[in-house]
Design a protein around this ligand. Structure first.
Ligand code: BG6
Length: 501
């Protein structure tokens, strides 16, 4: 008997924007992530200023857009799926690109070549007994919505999005059982461009730190700007909740065999000291993080969040009938990405950069990845226990993993024992959580085949079991080769999580 349930879904995760490539082929249109350009190996590109977007659009021919290349899954899907099957994958998390089906987002009918591509991929997966798990929107929207409609801030996007989402269910419901609505829905509050297509400085002067080497120091930004940021991102979030709930209801009504989950980024936060002030700050952050699940899993806005809006002057323009829509569109399961934890202090002056997205404090008891993400499997166990009690729903770990710089040795091999160590400890924490009584039914480490980093828009930060020979500028053969972790993960799957050595 293993600690993991018999039909546990082992697999890996990708997203269309970072993996698929073929971005301008066969009639495909461009999404807002296709306009994020590479600026250097360690420069995050999550914030899009108006002038950056104008530059990306006007200098399209000369700039370097790694997302448009991805790693060429579009042409190599058969080879890639064969590699996943060789590892014994039971599930493959991928996303569909809205603009491959509806190139500008405004069409009435989908592009037939795009429709056929995803049928081919699903068919190939099923050939090997691999279940697709499809993220409907992994950070992507047709560029026109970001350029002209303020992204998700405006409700105008909702009918167009619903046309796309309903099409997905109608067309693919017999091939896809597991769906997620929005990837990391909470990230819109941290990275408004990425999650919501929001160009912040349309709304006034927005001072980014010189050189843009990290997330803005929120303490240094003017209060009005922060409030505007909060206002816009929570308005965008509201519209995403509406679209998500509407498609959940639609799927429940028309495709009863399908299960739909949310997807949020979980980052456990410890109080720096046992002082009641630090504890309360940690509690506030926790409630904030959980509120993204509350709305989608319980079907209503938690009182805590409504009071946060009131205290911070956030005025949501509520969508007509939103309470009923949310109540009728509760998700079937919770899904999450988990990479790191951090430490919270009540002192607003003391914040450090954590990875590419966050500003909190580092934990002296934990080690950092090369990219400053603190490695903490125990926090995963703690959080899973918490989620079990709060929602009582099955849980899917949609992302987890270690990003690292990697180069093959003289024999062309990647000995990624650091990745094996990271995943081993997280899988142990998962098994412990399952023993604690948490209903976890699947695990898909991020970027199972190397792909473009989301925060850095580059190939240099790699997560895969499979190495892809490509660099940040798009040089390379794009050939695939197996890292040491490939063989290790194959054993893990074959033993249903027992053989972790
Ligand atoms: C998650 C996203 O935030 O983290 C992925 O859903 C992303 O799209 C992953 O790639 C890892 O982040 P990064 O910046 O290391 O690629």
């Amino acid at each position: 008997m293993t600690r993991f349930p018999e039909n546990f879904l082992w697999g890996g995760a990708t997203s269309a924007a970072q993996y698929e490539g073929g971005r301008c082929e066969d009639g495909k249109g461009l999404s807002h992530l296709d306009y994020v350009y590479y600026r250097g190996p360690k420069i995050p590109c999550n914030f899009m200023m108006k002038k950056d977007l104008e530059k990306a659009i006007s200098e399209e021919a000369t700039l370097n857009f790694p997302n448009r290349r991805g790693v060429d899954f579009y042409h190599r899907y058969k080879e890639d799926i064969a590699l996943l099957a060789e590892m014994g994958f039971k599930v493959f998390r991928m996303s569909v690109s809205w603009t491959r089906l509806f190139p500008t987002g405004l069409e009435e009918t989908p592009d037939p070549e795009g429709v056929a591509f995803y049928h081919n991929v699903f068919r190939e997966l099923h050939k090997y007994g691999i279940e697709p798990l499809v993220t409907m929107i992994h950070y992507e929207m047709p560029i026109i919505f970001a350029e002209k409609y303020d992204g998700w801030v405006s409700p105008e996007i909702i009918p167009y999005c619903m046309k796309y989402l309903k099409f997905l269910i109608d067309e693919y419901k017999d091939e896809v059982k597991y769906w997620l609505t929005f990837n990391e829905i909470n990230m819109v509050t941290a990275v408004p461009w990425l999650g919501g297509g929001i160009v912040l400085d349309r709304y006034g002067e927005f001072a980014m730190p010189a050189g843009r080497k990290g997330p803005p120091n929120l303490n240094k930004l003017p209060k009005e700007l922060l409030q505007r940021w909060d206002q816009l991102s929570h308005q965008a979030l509201h519209h995403q909740y509406i679209a998500s709930a509407m498609i959940v209801k639609y799927a429940h009504d028309t495709a009863p065999g399908c299960l739909i989950g949310n997807m949020f980024n979980l980052h456990h936060l410890y109080a720096e000291t046992p002082s009641p002030e630090d504890e309360y700050r940690a509690h506030e952050e926790h409630e904030f993080n959980m509120s993204f699940c509350d709305v989608m899993a319980k079907g209503y806005y938690p009182k805590w969040l409504l009071s946060y809006y009131e205290k911070n002057g956030i005025q949501i323009k509520w969508y007509d009938n939103y309470e009923t829509i949310l109540a009728e569109g509760k998700v079937d399961f919770i899904s999450l990405s988990y990479y790191l934890s951090a430490v919270v202090t009540a002192d607003p002056e003391r914040q450090e950069k954590i990875g590419q997205f966050m500003r909190q404090l580092k934990n002296p008891y934990l080690k950092d990845s090369e990219f400053g993400w603190q490695i903490d499997p125990t926090a995963l166990r703690i959080s899973l226990n918490d989620l079990r009690d709060r929602f009582g729903l099955p849980i899917f770990i949609a992302e987890n993993g270690l990003g690292a710089f990697e180069k093959p040795d003289e024999e062309g091999k990647i000995h990624d024992d650091y990745r094996i160590a990271y995943l081993r400890e997280h899988i142990k924490a998962l098994a412990d959580a399952i023993e604690d009584g948490v209903d976890v039914f699947g695990y898909t480490p991020w970027g199972c085949i190397d792909l473009v980093s989301c925060s850095l828009v580059s190939m240099s930060k790699r997560y895969g079991f499979v190495y892809v020979d490509a660099d940040d500028e798009g040089n390379g053969t794009y050939n695939r080769s197996r890292k040491d972790s490939f063989w290790w993960y194959k054993k893990v799957i074959a033993s249903n999580g027992e053989d972790l050595d």
